[in-house]
Design a protein around this ligand. Structure first.
Ligand SMILES: NC(=O)c1ccc[n+]([C@@H]2O[C@H](COP(=O)([O-])OP(=O)(O)OC[C@H]3O[C@@H](n4cnc5c(N)ncnc54)[C@H](OP(=O)(O)O)[C@@H]3O)[C@@H](O)[C@H]2O)c1
Length: 287
């Protein structure tokens, strides 16, 4: 355990692992943790994208290393953790940020293999990574596990994204249960709900010609993600850092927005999406 806290770099001496850090929110979180003094293990599927985040961290004066892993393969986790420990040291902070929103569409059409892939990445990798780093955190009496989540309260807010909605519910349930399991150990577990952040997937969604999407549920889902105001990743990453520095456990944090969202926007079905509050039901798109 560290003997003192460096006020300007409160995470100095800590090792952070961020999944899905090759871009989007994950990259912003990696940069923020580094600015607070942590050494960051940047995990993405693509070595090039992980490397780009590492370059950004290093340019800003921080220390980071890239690690490529496909977290659809839970068997890759021990090797990943071993590599990080060898190069950077044992993990003190775990941010599970990787997720997929696929498969989309009505449940009558989804392929079993696609359901299993989503559950494996969005939930299985989160639990497996936690299981791999908790022994060391518990031994040192300090650890922070944060799981990035997506859908605020209303579980019926993501028609057409049913598998993703199920994954988010499982993720949050796991997080709260894990916090109870870790009570008194010095290791915290929390979830952080983000929404409406401009990342590569949202940019991709904007390129789709909605009028040519045949399935009405997919069209509704895509439209609900495009017709809302968005923010960049910096604010959410800062917001997350303040939580990581604290000692709360067993919480589901909502993203605090620094500027108001756009007024109400009708979605494809003619319903109104209330975009005026920070933690109201969202369309649930994670990207
Ligand atoms: N953006 C939003 O508005 C929003 C809303 C709600 C929730 N969220 C949540 O925020 C988190 C990040 O979303 P984002 O929008 O920043 O995503 P993103 O821009 O699409 O980034 C996804 C990251 O995950 C990595 N990744 C994808 N599949 C992987 C796999 N099988 N194994 C390892 N890494 C993999 C990607 O790495 P490669 O590029 O190398 O594949 C990339 O670094 C997710 O948990 C999402 O549910 C976002």
């Amino acid at each position: 355990m560290l003997g003192f806290v460096n006020v300007r770099r409160p995470l100095a001496g800590r090792v952070a692992l961020v999944t899905g850090a090759g871009g989007g929110i994950g990259r912003a979180i990696a940069e923020e943790l580094s600015a607070a003094g942590a050494v960051v293990a940047v995990v993405a599927r693509s070595q090039a994208r992980a490397g780009a985040t590492v370059n950004a961290v290093r340019t800003a004066g921080g220390r980071a290393a890239p690690f490529s892993a496909d977290l659809h393969d839970l068997g890759s986790v021990p090797c990943l953790i071993h590599g990080i420990e060898r190069e950077l040291g044992e993990v003190d902070i775990l941010v599970n940020n990787t997720a997929t929103v696929m498969p989309l569409g009505p449940v009558t059409g989804v392929q079993p293999a696609a359901v299993l892939r989503a559950l494996t990445l969005n939930v299985g990798s989160v639990i497996t990574l936690a299981g791999a780093v908790i022994p060391g955190m518990s031994r040192r009496g300090w650890g922070r596990i944060t799981n990035i989540s997506g859908i605020p309260g209303n579980r019926a807010s993501t028609p057409g994204g049913n598998v993703y909605a199920a994954c988010v519910a499982a993720l949050e349930s796991h997080t709260l249960n894990l916090a109870a399991e870790l009570a008194g150990s010095g290791v915290t577990a929390n979830a952080f709900r983000t929404q409406r952040i401009y990342t590569s997937l949202r940019a991709w969604l904007e390129t789709i010609d909605r009028d040519h999407i045949e399935d009405p549920l997919i069209r509704r889902f895509v439209t609900s993600q495009i017709d809302v105001d968005v923010i960049d990743s910096t604010g959410p990453a800062r917001n997350l850092l303040t939580h990581v520095l604290g000692t709360e456990s067993g919480h589901i944090w909502d993203l605090v927005r620094n500027r108001p969202l756009r007024r109400k926007t009708p979605d494809a079905s003619g319903d109104e999406l209330d975009t005026s509050a920070t933690s109201r039901p969202d369309s649930g798109r994670p990207g």
